[in-house]
Write a protein that binds this ligand. Structure first.
Ligand SMILES: Cc1cc2nc3c(=O)[nH]c(=O)nc-3n(C[C@H](O)[C@H](O)[C@H](O)COP(=O)(O)OP(=O)(O)OC[C@H]3O[C@@H](n4cnc5c(N)ncnc54)[C@H](O)[C@@H]3O)c2cc1C
Length: 408
């Protein structure tokens, strides 16, 4: 027996589950297919103010908030050894009128709490299984799960990550590239408080970033680490005993948190970039890393993915029951809303990363002068902070608004 749904979301990661929760607020019936990945990856995601507004608006932030730490100050410290190295720069969120730039949360905690919300949602059918096959037809997409369920949908939302089988099945091609870097991730307990400050140490092999996490009874001071380095260094550091690894991380971070103690597994992620040539096709829309991926610099990845989801919900808004969720006109709106943001962020992160990896003096000068100008020229600094948090032009409406108070 084949069941029909208006929208099928493939992938139950952060982007897919948020898509299911947001799209269930339209008039469409939603099915999400995928086992939520809640394995211990030691990865955290810093979600900016606009993303928090969006999650709040779909009642998905309150259940996550206790597991997140505020990011009130961003610091950049140049450790490249360049003769043009600028002094450390600090960017406080109050300067752009925000209590915090955003909040940092363990990815697996976020996914597991969003999955709980999706399971409890009366408007969502949640099939916790892999999709094993697709047939794209004129009026619908036929989907089969590994366990043998058959579902047809008017629209498939591909939220199944960077190697997206859904995107492949729809024959949407990608441009991909690699960086000579690997990111090691870890969670540390430390002696000194983080003071709600995220600090990015720029090294010749990439940024080494410490991001605040909330304390626990056992570990009152905790932070996560994303440390980009050459694959050889990553292999060496991944094999170090925990104490030696913590010591090297602490030294790279100039011991600003005091002594570090490793309290998680170490994660290892090769750095790659990807953009899909199109974000839509016949009866398909791509969101999250199925559409774009780049290195974790400036905490842009999932924030961009949540903007995809918010814009997709905007494109499907106002539909009546019985309307076609996969109507080409709606997908064209989504494609138009997303192109500039995805292109600009992908290029911005790529340029920043390559500037760090380039050891030539003129580039060192440009990088040093750029950071110095950003930190010392007030209007420029505020513009960069605002733009880092949310694009000044064309951000989804919901990310600009606070949710209306709920009448009880
Ligand atoms: C080290 C690191 C640090 C980062 N830090 C930040 C940060 O601070 N802020 C930020 O905004 N972003 C950050 N990012 C980026 C962010 O983690 C990603 O953008 C985000 O996790 C992508 O979510 P997603 O749901 O699109 O994809 P994924 O998390 O990859 O989820 C895809 C899901 O699809 C499922 N799937 C795959 N195939 C199938 C199938 N056949 N059927 C059903 N399901 C399937 C997978 O199992 C998975 O659950 C970071 C990334 C890294 C690597």
């Amino acid at each position: 027996m084949e069941e029909h749904t208006d929208i099928l979301v493939a992938g139950a990661g952060a982007a897919g589950l948020t898509a299911a929760l947001a799209l269930a607020r339209t008039s469409f019936r939603v099915t999400v297919v995928g086992p939520p990945d809640v394995g211990g990856s030691a990865r955290t995601v810093a979600l900016f103010d606009g993303s928090i507004r969006f999650l709040d608006n779909i009642d998905a932030w309150a259940p996550c908030a206790d597991a997140a730490a505020a990011l009130r100050v961003m610091r950049i410290v140049d450790r490249t050894g360049s003769i043009f190295a600028p002094p450390p720069a600090s960017f406080p969120s109050t300067e752009i009128g925000l209590d915090a730039f955003g909040w940092n949360i363990e990815n697996q905690v976020l996914v597991s709490r969003l999955a709980d919300l999706a399971r409890a949602h009366p408007g969502i059918r949640f099939i916790e299984d892999f999709v094993s096959g697709y047939a794209f037809e004129r009026d619908c997409v036929r989907v089969r799960t590994k366990g043998g369920e058959a579902v047809s949908a008017s629209l498939v939302v591909a939220a199944d990550g960077r190697s997206s089988p859904t995107r492949e099945a729809a024959r949407i091609t990608t441009t991909t590239w690699r960086y000579p870097q690997v990111a090691l991730t870890a969670i540390f307990a430390h002696d000194m408080p983080h003071k709600d400050t995220s600090t990015e140490f720029h090294t010749r092999q990439g940024p080494c970033t410490f991001v605040p996490l909330p304390g626990t009874a056992e570990h009152p001071n905790r932070s996560s680490l994303v440390w980009m380095m050459s694959p050889e260094e990553a292999d060496r550091r991944a094999a170090l005993p925990a104490e030696a690894f913590a010591r090297e991380a602490s030294e790279t971070g100039l011991r600003h948190l005091g002594a570090l103690r490793l309290i998680s597994q170490r994660g290892r992620v090769p750095m790659q970039g990807l953009t899909a040539r199109r974000l839509t096709g016949a009866r398909i829309a791509l969101v999250g890393e199925a559409a774009h991926a780049f290195p974790p610099i400036g905490a842009q990845g999932l924030n961009l993915g949540l903007r995809d989801v918010a814009h997709l919900a905007e494109a499907l808004e106002g539909a009546a029951a019985g309307d076609d969720a996969g109507a080409p006109a709606r997908l064209a709106v989504y494609e138009r809303l997303r192109r500039a943001d995805v292109g600009t962020r992908t290029m911005g992160v790529d340029t920043l990363n390559r500037a760090l990896l380039n050891h030539h003096l003129p580039m060192d000068f440009l990088r040093g002068a750029g950071l110095f100008a950003l930190s010392s020229i007030g209007p420029l600094r505020r513009m960069a902070m605002r733009e880092g948090v949310l694009p000044g032009m064309g951000a989804p409406r919901v990310m600009r608004q606070r949710p209306a108070p709920v009448n009880t």
